[in-house]
Ligand binder design. Structure first.
Ligand code: GCW
Length: 617
């Protein structure tokens, strides 16, 4: 079986996206349905646009006639849902549909020189050599991929705005940006831009103080200019006072001062100001036992609740550390009831296997939503896993994460298992047993990865900088506030109120007590919140050290089982070759993690494996 290249990812069954001069999502919906006549097999689709419905749509059926009524972008979402259901041989999604989050954003960390920070799928789709540089055909494919799962905001540049990416909001680059925006517009996708908080300093101002009237006026004028070129720009995204980026702290101002000043510049144009809360001391001394990095976001922002303009949205990473394999939900989500919040997840597999190891994220997000009622937040953002690779995501299976993200941001209550199944069917259309095997492989992939990497919520232990592969003490004496403090008796940081850093106090009940109390703290998060002796006996009767050994041996064995399943799958070319090649690397990685981690803890503790398996001395 050979995979066709024109529809790509989960839409290989559609022809190339229509090129012509379509201007609106409603035109695109008509064109897509016209092109897919074969799939409709005799059905006729009537489209009715009611602008009040926005992104929402209703599908009804009357014999061979399907009525699709929706807002301007809603009809396009409806068209894709209809086509995907037909292709997957599922029931038509009849009834009314509306997205849970109004903003469903994709954040690309692409640099103007063409690299992607934490990108594992090749070079940038948007930039090369210090310029905007894109292939319009791929842009249309991308627009369609995003629209098919309801993603409606695309930020194309890295939150770390390196020279010359600031030109995205300057006259030199704006005409080209305007062209790019018009490629995405018929797909209902609005552009967003990351901005450099200190940008005014490049234009003759000697300050970026948010309370200085000249600074506010400069941003106002800048926003006016940008909106002349891209009138429907979704807004600006800002990383400030974080990992050496400039911000209001330089001027003794708060992040409410900074965000509000920018938000006022965008407000007349209907733009939003998205302000990231990934703020912590990245120059910590490991001897400092008072500062506790995962407490930082709450400490910086919770007291500012209610002080932000209406068009400000604070964007918070799902966990309090940084996209680790397992973290509790960030306590900041519970602390700001009077502020607009966005949940940020990371599709790029920075800490989760870098699109070499298989890692389907849906089940992980489900846990987030179980702990965090969706109504706590009003928007969702994901760090992109896309790049210039032919299949967009490096590993062909990594596309499942973009697919599931869009669908989850549309409806967070959707069952991740159903999304993964739908993705499998749309992408490969395997016979039933094979599809079941692929589905099971993806569903279990996160747990397998978790078992062979850092144990029980301990986090980090990765190779510094690159973040792939094990290095148990790689971050132990570093500046980043990421310590496990393993010695010969115990491991972990005590974050309890009673004896530790007090982080559990940042959570409301019942989570506060759940995490504070060692007996009720879930096993998989025990080493996030507690410092435990190796001979600590877990609920299932195993000691901590035995649990660490068992997980690591099992994690590797289960990776071998994944490899076997994969080899037996009748995947089309080149996905099969790419997946098998990467599986060899995953096996090496899992073996390395198993042996390094087990040896690390064995050398410290001297505790033998109860099952007598080989641990290197
Ligand atoms: O985890 C860190 C990454 C950085 C990233 C940062 C962030 C864009 O290692 O590469 O910078 O998170 O989220 O801002």
């Amino acid at each position: 079986m050979k995979r066709t290249d024109h529809g790509l990812t989960w839409l290989p069954f559609l022809p190339q996206p229509p090129v012509h001069t379509l201007k609106t999502p409603r035109d695109m919906a008509r064109a897509e349905l016209d092109q897919a006549r074969e799939l409709l097999s005799g059905r006729q689709v009537d489209i009715d646009v009611n602008p009040d419905l926005g992104d929402g749509f209703t599908l009804t059926q009357d014999g061979a006639i399907v009525h699709l009524c929706g807002g301007e972008s809603g009809v396009l979402y409806g068209a894709y849902r209809l086509l995907m259901a037909l292709k997957a041989r599922q029931e038509l999604p009849l009834g009314s549909h509306a997205p849970y989050y109004a903003l469903r954003m994709l954040n690309c960390w692409d640099n103007a020189e063409g690299t992607i920070e934490r990108g594992y799928s090749g070079r940038s789709l948007f930039f090369e050599d210090g310029h905007l540089d894109y292939d319009p055909v791929r842009m249309r494919q991308l627009g369609r991929m995003l629209a098919s799962v309801g993603i409606n905001v695309l930020c194309i540049n890295n939150v770390n705005v390196h020279n010359p990416a600031h030109k995205l909001i300057e006259e030199e680059w704006l005409p080209q940006l305007s062209d790019l925006a018009s490629i995405f517009r018929p797909f209902g996708v609005r552009m967003m831009l990351s901005i450099d908080y200190a940008h005014p300093l490049r234009h003759g101002l000697d300050t970026a103080d948010p309370l200085d009237a000249r600074v506010a006026a400069w941003w106002q004028e800048r926003a006016d200019i940008v909106y002349r070129y891209v009138p429907d720009l979704a807004g600006f995204l800002v990383k400030a006072d974080s990992e050496h980026r400039p911000g209001p702290f330089t001027y003794g101002r708060t992040h409410a001062d900074g965000a509000n000043m920018l938000a006022r510049a965008l407000a007349p144009h209907g733009g939003r100001l998205i302000w990231r809360c990934f703020v912590y001391n990245c120059l910590q001394d490991w001897r400092d036992t008072v500062t506790d990095r995962p407490m930082a976001a709450y400490q910086h922002y919770a007291h500012l609740d209610g002080q932000f303009e209406d068009n400000v949205i604070l964007q918070i990473k799902n966990g309090p550390f940084d996209f680790q394999v397992r973290e509790p939900v960030s306590p900041l989500f519970y602390a700001m009831p009077k502020t607009n919040l966005a949940l940020e997840v990371q599709l790029a597999q920075e800490y989760t296997g870098q699109q070499i190891d298989i890692y389907a994220m849906g089940p992980m997000w489900k846990e987030i939503f179980d702990d965090l009622p969706p109504q706590r937040v009003m928007a969702m953002a994901a760090v992109s896993n896309l790049g210039r690779d032919a299949n967009y995501t490096g590993h062909p299976f990594a596309a499942v994460n973009l697919f599931a993200y869009g669908m989850t941001a549309w409806d967070p209550s959707t069952d991740p298992a159903a999304l993964i199944r739908l993705w499998c069917r749309l992408t490969y259309d395997l016979e039933q047993a094979q599809e079941g095997a692929l589905h099971a492989l993806l569903m279990g992939s996160r747990r397998v990865y978790e078992k062979y990497t850092a144990p029980l919520g301990l986090c980090w232990m990765v190779n510094p900088h690159g973040h792939y592969g094990p290095s148990p003490s790689g971050y132990e004496y570093a500046l980043w506030g990421t310590y496990h403090k393993a010695n010969r008796d115990a491991v972990g940081v005590d974050r309890t109120e009673k004896n530790g850093t007090g982080m559990t106090r940042q959570y409301p009940e019942p989570l506060r007590s759940l995490y504070e109390n060692l007996d009720t703290c879930p096993d998989l998060l025990k080493l996030f919140f507690h410092r435990l002796r190796y001979d600590y006996v877990m609920a299932d009767g195993r000691t901590l050290i035995q649990r660490i050994y068992d997980d690591h041996f099992e994690g590797y064995d289960e990776t071998e089982a994944l490899a076997q399943t994969l080899r037996a799958l009748d995947l089309p070319s080149p996905d099969r070759e790419v997946a098998l090649e990467r599986m060899d690397l995953q096996l090496k990685n899992a073996r390395e993690w198993r042996d390094v981690t087990n040896t690390f803890f064995y050398r410290l503790s001297g505790a033998k494996d109860a099952k007598g398996r080989r641990i290197y001395d």
